[in-house]
Write a protein that binds this ligand. Structure first.
Ligand code: DC
Length: 232
């Protein structure tokens, strides 16, 4: 069976990561969460005092970049990959509000993007991957065999994110999360470097009114069809 690249882009908290993870598991592909890579760089920058308010010390980060090593290792308990920063499991820390609040600033830096994109292209060389992010179908793998663009209303996305944060014991409000979702949408889609855009050949999925099970069934059908079309 020919293996393909599945690129899943879309807005933050649109549920694309859950969808991509489940899909990869179901079809035996490797899952790469590129947002986690930008989050890990942001965590490093926070740990090393590179932020003062909304400003980042770009030179310091540029110099440190070669010593930032990001890897994914399967967690046998969850069956999903955890993110490691210089050998330390940071899966939990990179999802904090503190990182969420700063990550768009880091993801807008050209030198950071160039380094991450090069690593992502390397990871996808052997195909058989599901990669999710913002620029996968447009910049990282413009020739991906299947591209999806996932979205939902900001309110639905804020509610989902709030539930996730609460489940992890983070103390935050709906208003705060909604503001963060809207702020990230704005920065992600208006930045100079690889702004969040739908690739012309991507299939759009608005899952505001869909359950995870409905979404899964819809997606599996599309993937099976695409893999079948490619064999002939
Ligand atoms: O998907 P996420 O919320 O974990 O992504 C975190 C941030 O990283 C988000 O602000 C967008 C950015 N990002 C990006 O610019 N390009 C990617 N390929 C993935 C994420």
């Amino acid at each position: 069976m020919k293996r393909i690249i599945i690129a899943i882009d879309g807005h933050s908290s649109s549920g694309k990561s859950t969808m991509a993870k489940d899909l990869a598991k179901e079809i035996g592909y490797i899952y790469i969460d590129t947002g986690a890579m930008y989050r890990a760089v942001t965590l490093y920058a926070l740990q090393h005092g590179y932020f003062s308010g909304e400003t980042i010390k770009e030179d310091a980060l540029r110099q440190a970049l070669p010593s930032i090593h990001i890897a994914f290792r399967l967690n046998p308990q969850t069956g999903r990959p955890d993110t490691y920063l210089n050998g330390v499991n940071v899966e939990r820390d990179i999802r904090s509000m503190e990182v969420s609040d700063k990550v768009s600033l880091v993801a807008a830096l050209k030198f950071v993007r160039q380094a991450m994109v090069a690593q992502q292209q390397e990871m996808g060389k052997a195909k058989g991957i599901v990669m999710d992010g913002r620029d996968i179908g447009t910049t990282v793998f413009p020739d991906a065999e299947l591209k999806l663009f996932v979205t939902a209303s900001p309110e639905v996305r804020a509610r989902r994110r709030l539930d996730e944060l609460k489940a992890k014991g983070e103390n935050t409000t709906y208003e705060e999360v909604l503001a963060n979702v809207k702020k990230r949408d704005y920065i992600d889609s208006t930045r100079q470097e690889s702004p969040l855009r739908k690739a012309p050949d991507a299939i759009v999925l608005d899952n505001s009114e869909m359950t995870i099970a409905e979404q899964k069934a819809w997606l599996l059908e599309i993937v099976r069809q695409r893999i079948q079309d490619i064999q002939v």
